[in-house]
Design a protein around this ligand. Structure first.
Ligand code: PLP
Length: 456
């Protein structure tokens, strides 16, 4: 049976680490530091874009254009079609096709209320806990996906961890041995994973789609960081193009480009085995609550028939209309190119440089920095032998006014033994400004040094 929101509140208060409770408090009062401390709070936990990465003027112009023209504002303010606001589907088809260098059609796109709501609707329409045996989550796992699976009826014990390897994502051979007799969902962030930063190689993408077809699997890839990739800077002040060349095809592209066998076509329909769950949250602002799912036209049509969507139309109709205006004016690409990618690229350069200077000699290592390109919001650190991430996070909060995420948070709920991350921490570099990123890493260095001295 699905855990309800109230069950979760109860179990959270029993199981949640003090650090996580702290985080919850922080979410209510985001900028609160200890009144007794002289230090300014630094938040390396928050996976939000910093205010300096937002461009309200773009939305202001699009809103003026939208609200001045009845042919635009009337449909924008009415109930919309089930698969979403058609002009946005068309803009996305052109833009995504260009980004991934693949042909993308509007009928392959369903507008959603963002990746989280997209995932919930996919599970509501395409899984059934009495038929779908298991959700396989790549681990370390985006921790807020687990409650979405629980709400869909995949409670504790029904979500299993598939460990990622350091190189390029989940272990396909291990997954194959685990899948043998079941119908399944595999959930992962195939590009610039949250939290580990790893990106799955093209070869593994192909293997995973092949496996999905063989074992009746729906692969859901949260592709929310695909457009936030850059060339790694030799040092933060180096000038370098922020866009690192062609993107890898989505798992849904790999699936769509491989023709289905006759057994994969059911009653004349081809639902496919992999979908891409995209979002505007990290592109233009999470408050827009708009995203899209890319999959086969039959999958998209099925998704658009989710009960809650049929009563009212696709989520975020007004925001979708606004976003269509932004895209028509070419402002999305300009904002990514001029503000978001360079801003994140520099922050990433700074955090890596400071980690090398302050934490390198302590034996801290950083995942996924060896490919010349990186992306997303997070770096994933492995702590020196003997240090526990949760203790480090507690001490950082208590002694240094520094909030960070310990590795345990990214273990798969109910299958913590499947893949353990007690020796890891995740640092977000998207939220804090540059001087606070440097200062935060220095504070982390002080915490680690003091802890290491005690155990030596
Ligand atoms: C992997 C992943 N999926 C989904 C989300 C949430 O996306 P949305 O804001 O579109 O619901 C996040 C946000 O941090 C994320 O990191």
């Amino acid at each position: 049976m699905a855990t309800t929101a109230s069950d979760r509140t109860i179990s959270d208060s029993i199981n949640t680490s003090p650090v996580l409770q702290d985080i919850t408090n922080q979410a209510l009062d985001p900028d609160k530091s200890d009144p007794g401390s002289k230090k300014e709070l630094i938040n390396f936990l928050r996976g939000w874009p910093s205010p300096s990465l937002l461009s309200p003027s773009i939305l202001q112009s699009a809103t003026t254009a939208l609200l001045s023209d009845p042919s635009l504002f009337v449909p924008a303010l009415q109930y919309g079609p089930d698969p979403g606001y058609q002009p946005l589907r068309e803009e996305l088809a052109v833009w995504l096709g260009r980004q991934y260098s693949t042909e993308t059609k509007s009928e392959q796109i369903c507008i959603t209320g963002g990746a989280s709501q997209g995932l919930a609707c996919v599970l509501a329409s395409f899984t059934d806990p009495s038929y779908t045996q298991t959700v396989w989550a790549s681990a370390p796992c985006y921790y807020l996906a687990c409650p979405i699976f629980e709400d869909a009826g995949f409670g504790l014990g029904r979500i299993k961890a598939v460990p990622e390897d350091q190189e390029d994502g989940i272990d396909i051979d291990l997954l194959e041995t685990m899948l043998k007799h079941y119908r399944h969902v595999v959930y992962l962030v195939s590009t610039c994973s949250n939290p580990s930063g790893t990106t799955m190689s093209l070869q593994k993408r192909k293997q995973l789609v092949e496996l999905a077809r063989k074992h009746d699997v729906l692969v859901v890839s949260d592709d929310v960081y695909d457009f936030l990739q850059w060339t790694i800077l030799p040092h933060p002040d180096a000038s370098s193009p922020s866009k690192p060349g062609p993107l890898l095809p989505r798992l849904s592209d790999v699936d769509l480009s491989t023709p289905p066998s006759t057994t994969e076509i059911k009653e004349g329909k081809w639902f496919g085995n992999a979908i891409s769950n995209g979002s505007f949250s990290k592109l233009l602002g999470p408050g827009l609550r708009t995203g899209w799912v890319h999959g086969t036209p039959d999958f998209v049509m099925g998704l658009s028939q989710t009960g809650a969507t049929r009563s009212g139309g696709a989520g975020s109709q007004f925001a979708a209309a606004l976003l269509a205006e932004v895209m028509k004016a070419g402002e999305l690409e300009r904002h990514l190119q001029e503000t978001v990618r360079p801003g994140l690229q520099r922050r990433h350069g700074i955090i890596i440089e400071t980690i090398k200077q302050e934490l390198g000699e302590l034996g801290v290592t950083v995942a996924a920095q060896d490919k010349g390109r990186f992306g997303g919001y997070f770096v994933w650190l492995t702590l020196p032998e003997g240090l526990d991430g949760k203790r480090v996070a507690q001490k950082a909060r208590q002694e240094e006014e520094l909030i960070l995420a310990d590795g345990e948070m990214f273990e798969v709920s109910g299958d913590e033994q499947g893949a353990k991350f007690r020796g890891n921490i995740r640092l977000s570099f998207s939220w804090e400004e540059e001087h606070k990123i440097r200062e935060g890493v220095r504070r982390l260095g002080s915490v680690l040094r003091a802890m290491l001295e005690k155990i030596q």
